[in-house]
Write a new protein. Structure first.
Length: 158
């Protein structure tokens, strides 16, 4: 059975969006090491999995001309990879190659890849908003980048 993983950029104070649901702080144009990593990560295939809010943010950026100009290879991969959006409220999925699943994703995740960015927002949303019980994780890998980002990979601790 395939692993289900989450890949998210977060701030040093734990937010993945700012108070206006913006994630533009996580996009780093003109950073060859970071762009190479994200392109290779996208080429690894698999299915992209989103909650509704993140799905809405992603579909508002990756299919655009701006994304194609700034990140041509990554935008192509993001648009062509199969995608799943978990939502209780969304009626249909409009981004190409996306299927909608009604329900809760949290207990299905096998791996969390969190990219901690060296920026503090002071307010916003965390990826764990709404969890109902404590989630213990164990660190399985880490990688520091020259731009200050740190990739932390976790699995649920059983």
């Amino acid at each position: 059975m395939r692993k289900l993983g989450v890949f998210n950029s977060i701030t040093i104070d734990g937010y993945f969006t700012d108070k206006n649901n913006d994630m533009s702080w996580a996009h780093r144009a003109n950073d060859p090491e970071w762009i190479e990593f994200t392109e290779e990560n996208a080429k690894s295939g698999g299915e992209l999995v989103f909650g509704r809010v993140t799905y809405d943010l992603m579909k508002s950026f990756w299919p655009t001309e701006m994304a194609a100009k700034q990140f041509p290879e990554l935008a192509e991969q993001m648009n062509k990879l199969p995608k799943v959006v978990f939502s209780r409220t969304l009626e249909s999925a409009s981004w190409q190659n996306t299927r909608l699943i009604k329900g809760d994703l949290a207990k299905l995740i096998d791996e969390y890849q969190l990219v901690v960015n060296p920026i503090a927002l002071g307010a916003g949303r965390t990826i764990f908003d709404g969890i109902k019980e404590k989630l213990n994780l164990k660190l399985t890998n880490s990688r520091a980048f020259k731009n200050g980002n740190v990739l932390l990979t976790y699995e649920p601790a059983h």
